[in-house]
Design a binder for this molecule. Structure first.
Ligand code: ATP
Ligand code: MG
Length: 566
């Protein structure tokens, strides 16, 4: 591609509304432009990189026997009504009416479409298992579209769906897809972790999210410093494995603690560490009140609570409700002498505290020397807290550390949720009608591109990994007015291309300084500059990543490039 004819509008200044590096650099280097909030055009270089990312995805999915197809973005509302998601998806679902006033959704995802499509076709166990995928534009009216391609309202997703006659078959496909995802993200050069995630409201069971590690990520993940264990912070497990205390139990006492409300204040007032405090929270789980206890330095994880109770809603009770039920506000409630019909659930760590402090259900008073099971009854101990950095990894190997991650993909065992709603059945070997079992698997293609830039840049611009750079070589002619330079550069441009090497050729009549700056910004791994020594046949080669440079005779250039890309 000759840059003089290419649409690569680079920007010197950092655009005011771009907060993160990938957004800034993709705009500045002329890869994307915003059309409306969360809606982007991919300019020629952006489109190229996108194609490379897509081709890696295609190769890996084709190699596991998944079928590529293309489904419509415009989806009839009836399908979404049948699964209940017309309402459940909420305002994120983009909706519109046709000229006959029939309602449609712009596809946010394609479970409804694919399930209704296959329901009459996959009617026998003989046709199962099967996996389909597409790379297609998705629409979600995100509340806060931001960070450029990371959270768009129109974005490109690879979505795949597998159909099975048994859960064993689903497990296998899930594992195969998990491995394919690992190969895809490895080939794309990403530093990522596959983390255990929450299957949430979709009625599924196992799910993993693939997270590109990055400080701008919205999710926090906990992972072992020595093993492959990794989980979303909400899902990371703590085991019932704390040190037994050797201290003997002292006798319970009630103490006035005027104006001491927080765990820290009370602990300081009494003169022990926060770890010795007993944190009591009143929750409303579905319709029942539950007292939830953790150690003072721990935080209740409501997703774990929700999963423990298999509840559909978990929320903190109001302070009014606490006063009514327990006789004190939030700062002074506790498990001792609470009304009998309130169940008490405690985190495992609580079992091991000796002589703790807790609220006395009386404004301005706390109990000290509190010992669980002696002074109050716990209906169950469970893992209900957030992990902390330094906690032991639940697989027994190493300690947990935290990092932020960008969710670039997800694999999900859906089960029969969609097939049931859409009445998608097949005949099993005995000729009996059974509901299809499903898995679904997404990759945020455009988001992945941004995640790559987050991991591959320096202060001058993008530093593309070799395998997805917009071209292999950036060829520059230093002075477009010098005939010998132009002649040699034109010659190299032709010959390299004829050897199958992809070249972006900066043949513009701009100043050399501008060309170098643009070249650094665009980030192609190798730069070849035809300059002052053109008449002798010498050119300069520079590696974008390391800045390493050397002079080569033009006859050596091809081998140098091929070596580099081996
Ligand atoms: P998030 O939690 O970030 O909103 P999600 O879990 O709702 O994402 P999925 O339904 O799992 O997203 O979609 C599959 C993939 O599509 C995600 O893993 C992510 O990489 C990508 N994706 C989702 N929403 C967006 C968006 N608004 N912009 C760009 N990519 C997105
Ligand atoms: Mg997801």
């Amino acid at each position: 591609m000759r840059q003089s004819q290419a649409f690569i509008p680079t920007l010197k200044e950092v655009p005011a509304d771009a907060d993160i590096v990938s957004h800034q650099l993709l705009l500045r280097a002329g890869f994307i432009r915003q059309t409306a909030s969360g809606i982007y055009s991919f300019l020629p270089l952006g489109k190229k990189v996108l194609q490379y990312v897509e081709s890696v995805i295609r190769e890996e999915l084709d190699s596991i026997g998944a079928n590529e197809m293309l489904m419509p973005a415009l989806q009839p509302a009836e399908l979404w009504h049948q699964t209940g998601r017309w309402d459940a998806f909420g305002p994120e679902l983009m909706r519109l009416n046709d000229r006959h006033d029939r309602s449609f959704a712009l596809g946010a995802t394609h479970e409804e479409v694919i399930t209704s499509l296959v329901k009459n076709e996959l009617n026998s166990y003989k046709k199962l298992p099967i996996t389909m995928y597409q790379i297609q534009t998705k629409y979600r009216d995100e509340k806060r579209p931001r960070f450029g391609l990371l959270r768009g309202r129109e974005f490109i997703m690879k979505d795949a769906y597998s159909f099975h006659d048994s859960y064993e078959s689903l497990d296998q496909a899930y594992e195969t897809m998990y491995q394919a995802y690992s190969r895809i993200f490895t080939r794309l050069g990403l530093n990522f972790r596959a983390v255990i995630a929450d299957s949430g409201a979709m009625g599924g069971k196992d799910t993993h999210e693939f997270m590109a590690l990055s400080d701008v990520g919205e999710d926090v993940i906990a992972f072992s410093d020595t093993s492959s264990y990794a989980a979303n912070i909400e899902m990371a497990i703590t085991l019932d494995s704390y040190q037994e205390s050797e201290a003997s139990m002292l006798s319970l006492e009630k103490l006035a603690t005027p104006n001491q409300r927080t765990m820290q204040e009370v602990s300081d007032f009494i003169g022990h560490s926060v770890e010795q405090g007993l944190k009591t929270l009143l929750f409303k789980i579905d319709q029942s009140f539950v007292l939830v206890l953790t150690r003072g330095d721990h935080e209740v994880n409501d997703i774990k609570l929700k999963n423990l109770y298999q509840a559909s809603s978990v929320e903190l009770a109001s302070e009014e409700e606490a006063k009514q039920l327990l006789g004190a506000g939030f700062g002074s409630i506790g498990p001792i002498h609470s009304t009998e019909d309130i169940e008490i659930v405690a985190d495992y760590a609580v079992k091991y505290i000796r002589n703790a402090t807790c609220g006395a259900n009386e404004e301005g008073y706390h109990f000290v020397n509190v010992n669980p099971d002696r002074d109050f009854e716990v209906s169950q101990y469970a893992d209900i807290r957030f992990v902390k950095e330094g906690d032991p990894s639940p697989d027994g190997n190493g300690k947990l550390q935290f990092a932020r991650g960008i969710e670039i993909g997800q694999v999900f065992k859906l089960g029969t949720f969609y097939a049931e709603k859409l009445d998608a059945t097949f005949l099993n070997e005995q000729g009996k009608a059974k509901t299809l079992i499903m898995g679904c698997y997404g990759i945020g293609v455009s988001r992945t591109l941004a995640a790559i830039v987050e991991q591959y840049h320096d202060d001058k611009g993008i530093v593309w990994p070799k395998q997805i750079a917009p071209s292999q070589v950036h060829l520059l002619v230093m002075n477009g007015k010098k005939d010998d330079q132009v002649a040699l550069a034109d010659d190299l441009y032709q010959s390299l291309q004829s050897q199958g090497i992809t070249v972006l050729y900066d043949d513009r009549t701009e100043r050399a300084g501008i060309k170098f700056a643009d070249s650094d910004l665009i980030g192609i791994p190798l730069r070849i500059t035809v300059g002052k020594r053109a008449s002798e046949g010498y050119v300069e080669c520079k590696r974008r990543e390391t800045g390493e440079q050397l002079e080569l005779h033009h006859t050596e250039v091809k081998d140098y490039i091929q070596n580099f890309y081996q």
